[in-house]
Design a protein around this ligand. Structure first.
Ligand code: BTN
Length: 329
């Protein structure tokens, strides 16, 4: 990409045709410089149409994330948060992890318009494309050690469900430990994912880098790249969602839920989590942390956020693992 790539994308973000010549005049550069800026965007996976005599246009209009817009949307609490907006980054989690080691402040958010190497849980990739996903990480410093943070990812799931409700999206559910799903045509499809990375001591102070990826407006091309059924927010609302406003809503909800979690642990959030549990009382397969596959009936979570499963060998408790619904035979 070139320094002009994002300024040009910002002009093209209205989804209309813009002449290369006029953009060149506006930026006081050559038409070749505009062409280079656009091919830089294409290298980042952005699809740009070019039609002779008309100019360049994106496949659709999009709202870029802009620092001032996010801060304005947060409103009077904006000074409590440190918001950094990047054009492009490999992974917001990696970026913030680095910054956190170097003393980046508590309650910081790093969001990127394009993430080129997004990380998912269990070594998976998180696919995203410009305007199609919201990808950001949030840093929360705890006075407790990492050992006391069990249930943290479930608490973050609650903050996301609360934020979706603010957009009038009420059908989202939680899959233990931390996927946001929506049932669509009898199939659970993923709307958002959470990847938490911890730093610091087990007993002393610790910091959580809370990475969140939310599908806003997936194209067919993007859906085809994702290795599991996926849905996006625009399928559940007729309102157009400005990612700047949505991010502000999430930041405020995260801060609220994390403060509760810090104060009294997962216990006081457990009932709310259970009310959003997609798999409550369902027969599931669970692959535990050590790779064993077990079947059982999901019985929700305990005060530490561990999953309770009724199996042939009695009730088992899982602090980590991967679950899937067991299809009727
Ligand atoms: C998952 O469901 O597997 C977790 C997905 C987490 C993706 C987000 S996108 C922003 C942040 N940066 C990353 O590299 N990953 C997380």
């Amino acid at each position: 990409m070139t320094p002009l790539t994002f300024p040009v994308l910002s002009i093209l973000s209205d989804g209309k045709f813009h002449s290369g010549e006029i953009m060149a005049k506006n930026f006081n550069v050559s038409r070749a410089a505009i062409w280079h800026a656009i091919s830089g965007a294409e290298k980042l996976g952005v699809e740009v149409f070019s039609v002779r005599g008309k100019g360049y246009r994106l496949t659709q209009s999009l709202d870029l994330i802009v620092e001032n817009k996010v801060k304005q949307a947060i409103g009077e609490m904006a000074n409590l948060f440190n918001v950094t907006v990047l054009d492009v980054v490999d992974s917001t989690n990696d970026y913030l992890k680095n910054a956190a080691v170097n003393g980046h402040p508590h309650a910081s958010c790093v969001v990127s318009n394009i993430q080129t190497h997004g990380k998912g849980r269990r070594g998976r990739q998180w696919q995203s494309a410009l305007g199609e996903n919201l990808t950001f990480s949030f840093l929360w410093r705890f006075t407790k050690g990492a050992a006391a943070l069990s249930g943290l990812s479930l608490a973050v799931g609650i903050a996301l469900i609360r934020s979706l409700k603010k957009l009038d999206i009420h059908q989202a559910l939680l899959k233990w430990p931390n996927d946001i799903l929506v049932e669509d045509g009898g199939v659970y499809k993923k709307l958002a994912g959470i990847l938490i990375e911890l730093q610091g001591d087990m007993d002393g102070q610790s910091a959580a880098i809370i990475g969140i990826g939310i599908n806003l407006n997936l194209s067919k091309k993007q859906v085809a790249k994702i290795d599991q059924p996926a849905v996006s927010i625009n399928q559940f609302t007729t309102e157009s969602i400005d990612p700047n406003n949505f991010l502000a809503i999430i930041i405020k909800n995260l801060a609220e839920v994390l403060a509760i979690f810090e104060d009294s642990g997962f216990t006081s959030l457990k009932d709310e989590w259970l009310s959003y549990d997609a798999f409550q009382d369902k027969v599931i397969n669970i692959t535990s942390g050590d790779g064993n596959l077990i079947q059982g009936r999901s019985q929700g979570v305990d005060n530490f956020g561990s999953l309770q499963v009724v199996t042939d060998a009695g009730v088992k408790t899982y602090a980590s693992g991967e679950i899937s619904i067991r299809k009727a035979e």
